[in-house]
Design a protein. Structure first.
Length: 395
């Protein structure tokens, strides 16, 4: 059986961690694209040589791709040569490590603005990539790792949504299963969870448990033990309190491992012969995260019985507002929250109240410049950060 072609765009830490899992299994023909071809080539050689330690010979090749507006035509030509079945976007204009390298005072101050105001840095590369994909390989399935809760929703408005995202709500599910298993005295593999929630919620809970005003934060939880559904046995406050207390984990760049495994669960099953239940953000351009089914080249919502699609979207839109995005208009224009806008203006001298999709690259350049100025006198260490990272930036 011919292997599917998997193209990973962005040869950074997350790309490497995903390949560290997937390469030894040797289920794909791998391609890695980066604006730095030397970096992509070295990464591919590392993966190839590491797999050979296990006597596994993988097909993997590096490519040059630059996700700027001026390079869309060249990127489309590259995609035409590769002809990928799956495209995984790991490209972003700002790494998590740049944020977690701030000293604690600066980090905590900036963290209050949420993740929404950083949207241009993730949207601009994804928008450029999707335009190239639509030109050259429109049938490829696209998986987005760059803030998919919001990026996918914005791109949907202009007809360029990736098929699905990874991470975020999926990263909260294992700890939630462990917490329910601990409370019930059962095995985590016997616990099934269906969780609806936005990026903000999935980052807040591992550190602090259920937000005090949870209905406004956005969450819907259903769970089963050994196939039997439970509704009133344990409250969400108790379950998510157990997540924060008993199942604390590393955050920041260390949490990329958890995100990488969520990516593997999606990528390996996109073309499986059966539908596999997972969680993911941004399916079909919806805001926030949902339980989904993947398989046979399809991505489907897998909401629990009694939870309507419209209700799940409303839950995620509530969480989206907490993350700093007030609304996404019909033309893709993003309106940011007043409180978050004011914090960004105060801390970075950066004021962006709304943003059109086509202006994302320009806003990203200004934001990156203002952030560098803010970080210039910060100690380049994360040693003062609390364990688990932050609700906004723990990825």
């Amino acid at each position: 059986m011919q292997r599917k072609k998997l193209l990973i765009v962005g040869a950074g830490r997350l790309c490497l961690q995903i390949l560290q899992v997937l390469a030894p299994r040797n289920q794909f023909e791998f391609h890695v694209a980066s604006r730095d071809l030397e970096q992509a080539t070295r990464l591919c050689n590392l993966v190839r040589q590491a797999a050979l330690q296990l006597n596994v010979v993988v097909q993997i090749r590096g490519w040059a791709m630059d996700l700027r507006d001026a390079c869309i035509g060249c990127n489309a030509e590259t995609l035409s040569k590769i002809k990928p079945d799956i495209v995984l976007n790991c490209a972003s204009l700002q790494s998590t490590s740049e944020l977690t390298a701030l000293d604690k005072e600066k980090f905590d101050a900036l963290d209050q603005a949420g993740f929404g105001p950083w949207l241009p840095l993730h949207l601009a590369p994804a928008y450029a990539l999707m335009r190239a994909v639509k030109q050259s390989c429109p049938k490829a399935l696209v998986v987005n790792a760059a803030y998919p809760d919001a990026v996918n929703a914005v791109l949907y408005k202009v007809g360029m949504a990736p098929d699905v995202g990874i991470g975020n709500i999926a990263n909260l599910v294992p700890a939630t299963r462990c917490a329910i298993a601990r409370l019930s005295g059962s095995d985590p593999v016997k616990v099934c969870v269906k969780l609806v929630g936005h990026h903000y919620f999935s980052q807040y809970v591992p550190r602090f448990g259920l937000p005090v005003d949870a209905p406004e934060q956005g969450c819907s939880l259903s769970y089963w033990i050994d196939g039997h559904e439970y509704t009133d046995e344990w409250s969400e406050e108790v379950i998510f309190g157990c997540v924060a207390d008993e199942f604390r984990r590393l955050g920041g760049v260390d949490a990329h491992y958890l995100t990488a495994m969520s990516a593997v669960a999606v990528l390996e099953n996109l073309y499986s012969d059966i539908e596999v239940r997972v969680h993911a953000p941004g399916p079909h351009g919806l805001p926030g995260g949902y339980p989904i089914k993947v398989g046979m080249g399809k991505v489907l919502l897998d909401l629990p019985f009694g939870v309507r699609r419209e209700e799940a979207i409303q839950v995620n839109e509530a969480g989206q507002r907490q993350d700093g995005i007030q609304s996404i208009l019909a033309d893709g224009t993003v309106v940011f929250g007043d409180k978050q806008c004011e914090l960004m203006r105060k801390l970075l001298n950066f004021r962006m109240t709304d943003m059109k999709v086509g202006d994302a690259a320009e806003w990203a350049r200004e934001l990156a410049c203002k952030f560098r100025a803010y970080a210039q006198d910060s100690r380049q260490t994360a040693s003062h950060l609390p364990v688990g990272g932050s609700p906004a930036f723990a990825r």
